[in-house]
Design a protein around this ligand. Structure first.
Ligand SMILES: NC(=O)c1ccc[n+]([C@@H]2O[C@H](COP(=O)([O-])OP(=O)(O)OC[C@H]3O[C@@H](n4cnc5c(N)ncnc54)[C@H](OP(=O)(O)O)[C@@H]3O)[C@@H](O)[C@H]2O)c1
Length: 354
């Protein structure tokens, strides 16, 4: 396990991370390790951990690198007057309006903000409350989880996808040099839908109580995700919405692949299973902490799209209801220890939803 070293190049202006959580700390950490001036805006509970421990990035191959605490620029509010050249918006979707408003109050007109979140509409929502900034969409393909105080693990691979624009094209070499390879896409909506279909596994993972890899090795849980994706694909086809390929296999093959017996799945989906055994979905973290999830931005979007073409998406409706129920229970009675959902029962519930 070789420790990476901080380099001292700073070819671009300062970068601001809006929302120092899993994704924000990973992306910001990589940029800081490449010598960029990175400012993190986050909650006191996260910033305190970073002040105590520094920010450690762990890569899938086990390599770690730490930005020492005294080299981190940490803020509870968006700082002004720093000449920020790029903002990476890394809050959960429900926090986008407030975060965008805070950015607009502090940053100059036209500042570029890339929305690195899951979901389809963060850039539009942000624009609607903060039209003076320039919001573009992006997609993060990999999983990041906090595996220790201030230690963020990238659990899987892939390249960042950015909405094509002359500014985002100009950022590609800088991002690649920081270990954040990225490509630009004209039809970012198709990329977002591709990722959304994959993320239909997130509620299954969150209810299972298992790390992602273990969950994917359970045939009933895989079949549950397959049922959600299959329905998503048929809704997208009915709505004539294009999806981009975001995995080594076309998304349309996923339901069949996931329904294969586990020994065959293990061979054919070897790349998909290259996930750190500790990785989990961020929805699992949300449910564990009694926080609002992004289920509306996942299953909710499939349900909405189905309605828009006069159809229904009962499996995604059912999953939306199940996660909302857990969220509401946590709100009403706090977040009690919740046992894992029975995999076979979950599969039956989703497959037979009408
Ligand atoms: N984690 C992953 O593996 C992954 C992968 C790809 C994409 N994504 C997407 O990336 C986005 C972020 O996910 P995440 O897992 O990184 O979430 P996260 O760990 O919850 O990080 C977001 C952080 O931002 C903070 N925050 C929210 N509003 C803020 C504000 N106005 N000022 C300062 N801090 C604020 C949150 O605090 P509070 O909790 O107190 O609001 C939280 O600490 C989501 O859309 C997610 O779907 C995640």
């Amino acid at each position: 396990m070789a420790d990476l070293i901080l380099t001292d190049v700073s070819p671009i202006g300062p970068v601001l991370i809006m929302g120092a959580g899993s994704i924000g700390c990973y992306l910001g950490g990589r940029l800081a390790l490449a010598g960029h001036d990175v400012h993190f805006v986050g909650r006191p509970r996260v910033l305190d951990q970073l002040r105590t421990n520094g920010l450690t990035i762990t890569e899938p191959d086990g390599k770690t690198a730490t930005v020492p605490a005294d080299m981190l620029s940490l803020h509870e509010d968006v700082p002004s007057g720093l000449g920020i050249s790029l903002v990476l918006m890394c809050v959960k979707s429900s926090a986008t309006p407030k975060a965008a408003t805070s950015l607009a109050r502090a940053l100059p007109i036209g500042t570029l903000v890339m929305c690195m979140q899951n979901g389809l509409h963060n850039a539009e929502v942000a624009r609607s409350v903060a039209a003076r900034l320039r919001f573009l969409s992006a997609m993060v393909p990999y999983n990041v989880a906090e595996i220790g105080p201030g230690n963020f693990l990238r659990g899987s691979g892939g390249n960042l996808a950015l909405e094509e624009d002359e500014v985002t094209n100009a950022w590609l070499p800088t991002l690649a040099a920081a270990g954040l390879p990225a490509s630009t896409h004209k039809d970012i909506r198709a990329v977002q839908w591709g990722k959304l279909l994959l993320n239909l596994n997130n509620p299954v993972n969150a209810l299972s109580g298992l790390p992602l890899r273990d969950e994917l090795l359970d045939p009933d849980l895989r079949a549950t995700t397959a049922a959600l994706i299959e329905e998503g694909l048929s809704v997208l086809a009915a709505a004539r919405q294009r999806t981009a390929k975001v995995t080594p296999v076309p998304t349309s093959w996923l339901p069949r692949l996931m329904r294969l017996p586990t020994p065959v799945f293990k061979i054919l989906a070897a790349k998909m299973l290259k996930i750190d055994p500790r990785a989990r979905s961020s929805m699992a973290d949300d449910l564990a902490l009694g926080r609002r999830t992004e289920i509306g931005e996942l299953c909710g979007e499939v349900v909405k799209l189905a309605k828009s073409v006069g159809k229904r998406a009962p499996r995604n409706e059912k999953m939306l209801g199940m996660i909302r129920y857990v969220e509401l229970t946590a709100l009403a009675v706090g977040s009690p220890e919740r046992g894992p959902t029975d995999a076979a029962e979950l599969r039956k519930n989703i497959e037979t939803a009408i």
